[in-house]
Design a protein around this ligand. Sequence first.
Ligand SMILES: Cc1cc2nc3c(=O)[nH]c(=O)nc-3n(C[C@H](O)[C@H](O)[C@H](O)COP(=O)(O)O)c2cc1C
Length: 218
Amino acid sequence: MNKDNIFEEVRNVRNDFTKFTLLEADIDADPFSQFKKWMQAAFEVDNETANAMILSTVDDTAMPSSRVMLLRGIDNGGFSFFTNYESHKGNQLEQNKNAALCFFWSALQRQVRIQGVIKKLSENESDEYFSSRPFESKVGAWVSKQSKVVKNRAEIDDAFTALLANSTPDIKRPPHWGGFVLIPNKIEFWQGRASRLHDRFLYTLIENNTWKIERLSP
Ligand SMILES: Cc1cc2nc3c(=O)[nH]c(=O)nc-3n(C[C@H](O)[C@H](O)[C@H](O)COP(=O)(O)O)c2cc1C
């Protein structure tokens, strides 16, 4: 590695993708089953970040925004995650229900891209997931005014310490915190291949539970 000039390194580093293939005979007719297979394989090689994904949202002026999130469920017909409803992403999702997810499993040389429409999870589902979180994270959800400007670190730490001292483990879910589910209408599976000639399969929803599958050029 060229440590003296990391920008040179960025330009010149070359890794070929030769570990796996994804062929017509391998893929499942149902994209959720295909996703579960790949997610399972991702957990087998890395159980710390396998469920990390990029969530992209767009506001009402068409300005996009992306950030890393943790996938918490493959249910309700889609992919669910939890956050602060009043955060930047929460506000964008209020303005525009279209969103996209992107998973990258480096060790497997795989990417999955998902696009679709967002729905809020029910209060019950959010309560249920919230109750499974560690106590400190529950308190944290009350303390964080996610994406708002704060004066300094002490503002956060002081609020946390004060609330922690005055809370019990049965602390309720804050109304501004809960889940979303992205209901997909397109899912693409990408398997890195040699010479940048990757395997790509795009699933497009054509009607209820019926998916068209097409191979895309790398
Ligand atoms: C590995 C990782 C996992 C994260 N998981 C979540 C998550 O599940 N929910 C969440 O609200 N933020 C999560 N974040 C923080 C978000 O990336 C982001 O900073 C935060 O949600 C504020 O985004 P926003 O200002 O666009 O609303 C995670 C960050 C990382 C690096």
